[in-house]
Ligand binder design. Structure first.
Ligand code: ATP
Ligand code: MG
Length: 350
């Protein structure tokens, strides 16, 4: 069986370091490994509209931003096809047929969707499109016959939903669709990077992000203002490193070389953590190291982004080409789906 990746992001804001460690970094590694037959990267604008339908201009503007973020971290259109979801009407058609294979109760049980409904105050006025976005996500994944979906932890319920729909479809209409599996980051701190405010998830919608495109000054300001351990009042107090986002970010980003360069009194992060836990290490020192690590990591990404942003029309040309290719692939899957469902009445007249 072909090894195919599908993954993507909602154009609801610029991409941040949570996306980077949760998914982007892995995608670039997978892309460059040469182990995959095909890599599809989708900018999920139709999904973004399910909770931003009143602000299509925001979604539109962020398609460009997300595309720039992709190219700046090393996604390469020669190796990965980058496309825009709404260009592919076939995805909507697949969604319509898959809707029959899911119950309302099942959709309401999805823990990620539940949390997002609460976060967006949708309890009293839930758009149907939002509730059903996991079904449309199944269409996105299956349209490309993807077996591998590199994502952050919050996407696990979506993958479970997709697998259920695929099994149900294949059981009813015959083996047609591929059951996808999620690939999570191996580092625990990267599964769901917390926000700079200590909230459970760094999220574009919560404004607690360090963006890949942030200037050196913005990065510094955000790192220095980060939430730490609220009980670590004096330098001499013992501190907690487990629920402390500064240490979680160091877990996600710091390498031993960083210690040699910026905090040579420690051989590695474990030594620094031990010092903080027993007391005697101030937050300021931790933040200074974190700032140095973040600056070193993000500087090349930001520089590449500024270079690519000089030619935005070229970015849209790339998106158009990718979207046309994706459309052709999804159309082939839709044909197979309609054939399996025995609703391909006019297939021989094409
Ligand atoms: P929104 O608030 O609009 O939903 P988001 O920040 O959650 O935005 P998405 O576009 O929904 O971003 O997610 C894109 C990918 O990034 C998904 O695979 C998701 O799991 C991953 N991701 C998002 N936030 C984080 C995070 N804080 N840590 C790790 N992975 C993340
Ligand atoms: Mg999200």
């Amino acid at each position: 069986m072909a090894k195919v990746i599908l993954t993507g992001d909602r154009p609801t804001g610029k991409l941040h370091i949570g996306h980077y460690v949760g998914s982007l970094r892995r995608r670039v590694e997978m892309q460059n490994s040469g182990e995959f037959d095909k890599i599809w990267i989708m900018i999920a604008d139709a999904q973004a509209l399910t909770d931003n339908f009143d602000n299509p201009d925001k979604v539109r503007a962020n398609i460009t931003e997300v595309a720039l973020d992709y190219l700046s971290v090393g996604l390469d259109p020669k190796k990965s096809t980058i496309f825009v979801q709404s260009h592919i009407a076939e995805l909507t058609e697949l969604t319509f047929y898959y809707m029959n294979l899911v119950t309302l109760a099942r959709l309401q049980r999805n823990p990620t969707v539940k949390a997002e409904i609460k976060q967006k105050n949708f309890e009293m006025s839930l758009p149907m499109g939002f509730l059903t976005y996991p079904v449309s996500q199944t269409a996105d994944i299956t349209a490309f016959m993807a077996d591998t979906v590199p994502v952050g932890e919050d996407q696990l319920p979506m993958l479970e939903q997709a697998r259920e729909i695929v099994r149900s479809f294949n059981g009813l209409y015959g083996e047609t669709l591929v059951e996808p599996k999620a690939v999570l980051p191996s580092n625990k701190s990267c599964l769901r990077l917390p926000g700079t405010d200590g909230m459970a998830k760094m999220s574009k919608s919560l404004g607690n992000c360090i963006y890949l495109s942030d200037s050196a000054d913005e990065i510094k300001r955000k790192v220095m203002g980060m939430f730490t351990d609220p009980n670590h009042l004096r330098v001499s107090d013992p501190g907690d490193t487990k629920n402390n986002p500064t240490f979680i970010y160091l877990d996600a980003f710091a390498k031993d070389e960083h210690f040699a360069a910026y905090a040579p009194e420690y051989a590695n992060l474990e030594e620094m953590k031990a010092h903080y836990e027993r007391g005697g290490l101030g937050d300021m020192k931790v933040k200074k190291l974190l700032n140095a690590v973040m600056q070193e990591t993000l500087e090349p990404i930001r520089t590449r982004r500024e270079e690519i942003a000089k030619d935005i029309p070229a970015v849209w040309d790339m998106l158009y080409e990718g979207s046309e290719e994706a459309k052709a692939r999804a159309a082939a899957t839709l044909d197979a789906v309609k054939k399996a469902m025995r609703i391909d009445y006019f297939a021989d007249r094409k």
